[in-house]
Design a protein around this ligand. Sequence first.
Ligand code: DX5
Ligand code: ZN
Length: 220
Amino acid sequence: MGHPRINPSILSADFANLASELERIHTADGVHVDVMDNHFVPNLTLGLPVVQALHSVAKLPIDVHLMIENADRWAPEYAQLGVDSVTFHAEASAAPIRLARELHAAGSKASMALRPATPIEPYLDMLGELDMVLLMTVEPGFGGQKFLDLVLPKIKRTRAAIEGTGKPIALQVDGGISRDTILRAAEAGADVFVAGSAVYSAPEPSAEIDVLRNLALGGH
Ligand code: DX5
Ligand code: ZN
């Protein structure tokens, strides 16, 4: 299991000042960018041109989370921008193995996300195709929702399956991560933590990131 990493979500940042909002999280391990299409989720955020603009100014690795339908069509275009990692939803991909391979061919890491009610079991045999699994700990679509403890057993089962592959596959959690919940997610086996409202509502986001990382470390 990797050292805990904190990837703040800019969903809770000031969209009119994204470049300076990135400076406020310079202590992070990566930047989590939530792409929503108003079809896969009932919310609309940003797309390829804004991700490209963020990539051109960001000093941290960019971790794109696609909450969009037709991931097979669109996810490779995000990988081609040169971002570090692209996450598609299993529920939105007809051919996740082919898609993971296309993301690698385009030069990005390949990551697959599951909504809270989607089981990991149908995907266990393809874990070796992925660099990261994202387990949503809220229903995707909005920041500021409450962490769903019912996902904890799935985090544990996924961690066990990852250890079984012998590969360094990251396990990311996203939704409701805060000072109150991060240790539970870390103890269950997560090692990459997305936090939107917890980081951007803090008076000092860069310091809050260090607080969260230390709390996650307490779990090991
Ligand atoms: C929700 C997004 C998350 C969101 C997390 O659909 O995928 O990345 O920004 O926000 P918080 O940390 O406030 O739950
Ligand atoms: Zn996200």
